[in-house]
Design a protein around this ligand. Structure first.
Ligand SMILES: Cc1ncc(COP(=O)(O)O)c(C=O)c1O
Length: 394
């Protein structure tokens, strides 16, 4: 047992469970004998209270339509935001949806028009690029600036790309993949610019609960109330409680007109409902699993410290800016001067690890790969040893 009464140490073989991270290795990396550190879910069992809520549903044995009118689910989301993040959201400002990228896409369609420019700050979670182009909008990149202290938003560059045809920004807060937890002042500086240039803000806060002890997540709408008339926040228990497969997420809009428009867009595509298992898990997670989350964060923080210490002592040519949140870390292999293809070949065929290729995260991803530390420490250490064996010889 570890981290109090919860077990994060036991290794779980997920092969043969229709699991993307373990069962799709061959399709994505060409071989199946790899240790997986890619897809952003965790190799941990979820909180026991969630499993219990699902068990009750299964044992009931009737799986007809769940009520979409019940307020308890939206209340659970609002209470969570209030309790955990100090954000006074009320239940009639919350809507439910299957996934955060679903919400991102619906919000893009509602808050912008075809042909509009939409800003993203690369390197960024690849679907941000995809959803903009799939919906006939144009990607406007405002790359993050790399500084000695970490990545920051480049507001001077942002100002220069905010032409009148740019109508929205997709913010990732905390940021996947650079693991930054934006500070209040950074959010406020960005917020002022969005108001000045009259652009909408779609704020993906899916990683909001995965914050290390030296950082604090501030919901954008709380940091910048003046944005409320032009923004929507997307959140979910999926990353936090490792229940991404249950497809339960939430969107929050404080402005009545934006709420009405999004609500009707979700209805138009019949996307407002969540399956009954997702609903049961969301409610259990937000109402009863805070102790599990605290234990998880304690464990993940030790994993983070392990990675930082390991790289400093055994792989000093691989760089990592201090991660403030999330369990996905942006490893910098540029010191080896590999072509990206060569880097991926060393990771897969010499080290035997599956990490995400940095390039789909944007041009700045050349020379980078993303490491998922959401796994038992012994598994993480085995992966780090594999990296040291392979890269130590180069
Ligand atoms: C920033 C970000 N947004 C959204 C998602 C996925 O959300 P969903 O599976 O709910 O669509 C991820 C998953 O890694 C993510 O990192």
């Amino acid at each position: 047992m570890s981290s109090g009464k919860y077990d994060f140490d036991s290794r779980i073989d997920r092969t043969g469970t229709a699991c993307e991270k373990w069962d799709d290795l061959k399709i994505n990396f060409g071989r199946e004998d790899l240790l997986p550190f890619w897809v952003a879910d965790m190799d941990f069992r979820s909180a026991p209270e969630i499993t219990e809520a699902l068990r009750e549903r299964v044992e009931f044995g009737v799986f007809g339509y769940p009520s979409e009118q019940m307020e308890t689910y939206r209340e659970a989301v609002a209470n969570w935001e209030r309790r955990r993040h100090g954000w006074g959201v009320s239940l009639d400002e919350v809507g439910l949806m299957p996934g955060v990228i679903t919400g991102l896409s619906v919000a893009l369609c509602e808050l912008t028009a075809p042909g509009d420019g939409v800003v993203i700050q690369s390197p960024i979670y690849p679907p941000f690029f995809r959803e903009i182009t799939h919906n006939g909008r144009k990607v406007v990149e405002n790359p993050l600036a790399e500084t000695d202290k970490g990545y920051v938003m480049d507001l001077d560059h942002l100002r220069s790309v905010l032409t009148p045809d740019v109508k929205a920004i997709l913010l990732c807060s905390p940021h996947n993949p650079v693991a930054r937890v934006w500070k209040k002042e950074e959010l406020q500086d960005l917020g002022r610019l969005c108001v000045e240039h009259d652009i909408a803000v779609i704020c993906d806060e899916i990683h909001q609960d995965l914050i290390y002890s030296d950082a604090k997540h501030i919901p954008l709408s709380l940091a910048c109330p003046e944005l409320e008339g032009r923004m929507v926040t997307l959140a979910a228990p999926s990353k936090t409680f490792n229940i991404a497969g249950l497809r339960a997420s939430a969107w929050i809009a404080r402005d009545r007109e934006i709420y009405r428009r999004l609500h009707s867009a979700f209805r138009r595509f019949h996307l407002g409902g969540i399956n009954m298992f997702g609903l049961a898990a969301l409610e259990a997670a937000y109402n009863r699993c805070e102790a599990w989350l605290d234990a998880l964060m304690e464990y993940l923080e030790k994993n983070r410290d392990t990675v930082e210490k390991f790289l400093a002592s055994r792989l000093p040519r691989v760089k990592l800016k201090h991660p403030e949140g999330t369990y996905i870390f942006w490893l910098d292999f540029r010191d080896y001067s590999f072509e990206q293809k060569e880097l991926m070949d060393v990771l897969v065929n010499r080290a035997g690890v599956a990490m995400n290729n940095g390039v789909p995260f944007g041009r700045m991803g050349e020379g980078f790969a993303r490491l998922n530390i959401g796994c038992p420490r012994s598994q993480l250490e085995a992966g780090l040893d594999r990296l040291a064996d392979a890269f130590g010889k180069l």
